[in-house]
Design a protein around this ligand. Sequence first.
Ligand code: ZN
Length: 305
Amino acid sequence: MSDLPNRVSLREVGPRDGLQNEEPVATKAKIELVDALSQTGVGRIEAVSFVHPRAIPQMADADDVWAGIVRNPAIRYSALVPNLRGAQRALDRGCLEIEIVVSASDTHNKANVNRTTAESLDEISQVIDLAHERGATCHVTVSTAWGCPYEGDVPVERVVSVAKRAVADGADGLSFGDTTGMATPTRVTRLVGETRMAMPDVPLNQHFHNTRGTALANVLAALQLGVADFDASVGGLGGCPYAPGASGNLASEELVHMVEDMGIDTGVDLDALINVAREAERIVGRELPSQVLRAGPRTRRTPMP
Ligand code: ZN
């Protein structure tokens, strides 16, 4: 375990990825959620998606949320964009860190954005150029990296070749998204290992879903290969779009709790984060799947059974 990183960076994706997959909530509540997260010590927050309101009604107020956030200068606030038009919109609003997703599976990519993976990669190349012209960065997430809801297994070679193309076109960082919660540690080791061999220096984030209970095991597998950058969602906000009622995003508290106890610094105050997770439950009006939210931090004194 001695090769584990001594610090892990968490990109909090609850306000965007999480809320996008919940029933719509009020603009004010979204802003309050981002502002509360801004006080927990997280370094990065994916705040909104600049997507057409018809495509994703939950993000129809992205302009107002983006403008309404009380910015903590220590935090990088990012926005997801679906295409060149969305990138233009984000950059016009002063966003300095944009994210864009491409699916390694053609079927999934077509279902999402009505284009083949190759067509999306062509547009992403233009998005990266535009971001760089405007002094912003562009991070690319390859989704369905461990499995597609339509195609099943996605070959590692295919995922790596999509990632390589994005990096060749200038992507500032890569993420692999376990869109369907199909990753297991062996699969993570293989994909991350092959990616590291092909591109040793590219910043690499992992976006795990806990749909089948493997998210933290996958984090450990990635940590053992030196990955020190993970997405997670406060409370585990955002269900699984392909399995109603199932959980989606790894909960931020679960990530922070585990790695901090392993001696890895996250900079995040776990108690503060748990309080925000409780607030997130109130906002969406349902119990969230985070187990650390249910159990509390390990130092909490609870009566013996
Ligand atoms: Zn997600």
